[in-house]
Design a protein around this ligand. Structure first.
Ligand SMILES: NC(=O)c1ccc[n+]([C@@H]2O[C@H](COP(=O)([O-])OP(=O)(O)OC[C@H]3O[C@@H](n4cnc5c(N)ncnc54)[C@H](O)[C@@H]3O)[C@@H](O)[C@H]2O)c1
Length: 252
């Protein structure tokens, strides 16, 4: 990827799944990476694995829903490398039973707002001023195809993921002329542990049958899109939502 090697980037929710695959890919591209996760042990294991193959990576504890923790996370990049070039705001999970709009509890709703909206706003609050210090950078938010697909379950997930789209457009509009780009990635079904533990062979066959790119999505598919959006190849790409789903959902 052009203009990616040497950049400094942070990944929130980098201990496993999409975040961990992205950390690996970015390190292979010569990026200096800091991963933050609520699961510090898992984040440290991921960092150690990537470091063993030559990656420049640090793991720190992050609670993305906490302002002080987000501030510390961004400061860790500045302290280690003197700058921040991009922030991949990727964390999610742990909201509880997101059943339907009639049965959902207030607790699940509040958790969803906290994890899927507040964390991204806090990321933005600290990352944007830090990136402006060195002329700009890239906010990359992980949303979901669920934000637009219309499901009969997970209303809080879909609603809160949609909110990230509005946030990224706001950030692109407000700070674009100062050098900030903000984009959203909407993964389709991606075979991370968080997903595969609930899947049967029948389910997998059904998904393949309905996927134009005739295979299952892998974390590396999303990592490739993050690498692009963090790189100078995406210098004119701002305020967009990128669906990475093998063609399961097609839209302009
Ligand atoms: N896997 C899929 O099929 C899929 C599809 C669409 C969207 N997504 C999105 O992609 C992103 C990554 O998904 P994944 O499948 O890799 O999930 P995952 O559960 O493997 O990874 C999420 C990471 O976020 C961390 N995290 C959760 N809450 C946190 C907090 N408060 N502070 C810090 N870290 C926290 C978790 O510990 C975990 O390591 C999520 O935003 C998810 O909604 C995934």
């Amino acid at each position: 990827m052009r203009g990616l090697s040497g950049k400094v980037g942070v990944i929130a929710g980098g201990a496993r799944g999409i975040g961990a695959a992205t950390a690996k890919r970015l390190c292979e591209e010569g990026v200096k990476v800091i991963i933050g996760d609520i699961l510090l042990d898992a984040a440290e294991e991921t960092a150690a694995r990537i470091m063993a193959s030559g990656g420049d990576i640090i793991a720190i504890k992050l609670d993305g829903t906490d302002a002080v923790s987000q501030k510390t996370f961004v400061e860790a990049a500045i302290k280690a490398h003197g700058r921040l070039d991009f922030y991949h705001s990727n964390l999610a999970g742990g909201t509880g039973d997101d059943s339907n709009a009639v049965d959902i509890t207030e607790e699940v709703l509040d958790n969803s707002l906290n994890i899927n909206i507040k964390s991204h706003v806090l990321a933005t609050r600290y990352a944007v001023p830090a990136m402006l210090e060195t002329g700009g950078g890239s906010m990359i938010y992980t949303s979901s195809g669920s934000a637009i697909s219309g499901e009969n379950q997970r209303p809080a997930y879909a609603m809160t993921k949609n909110a990230i789209h509005a946030l990224s457009r706001h950030v692109a509009r407000k700070w674009g002329q100062k050098g900030i780009r903000a984009n959203v990635i909407c993964p389709g079904l991606i075979m991370t542990e968080a997903v595969t533990q609930f899947m049967t062979d029948k389910h997998i066959d059904g998904i393949k049958r309905h996927t134009p790119s005739h295979r299952l999505g892998q974390p590396e598919d999303i990592a490739g899109m993050v690498a692009f959006l963090a790189s100078d190849d995406a210098a004119f790409v701002n305020g967009q939502a990128w669906h990475v789903n093998g063609g399961v959902i097609m839209r302009d």
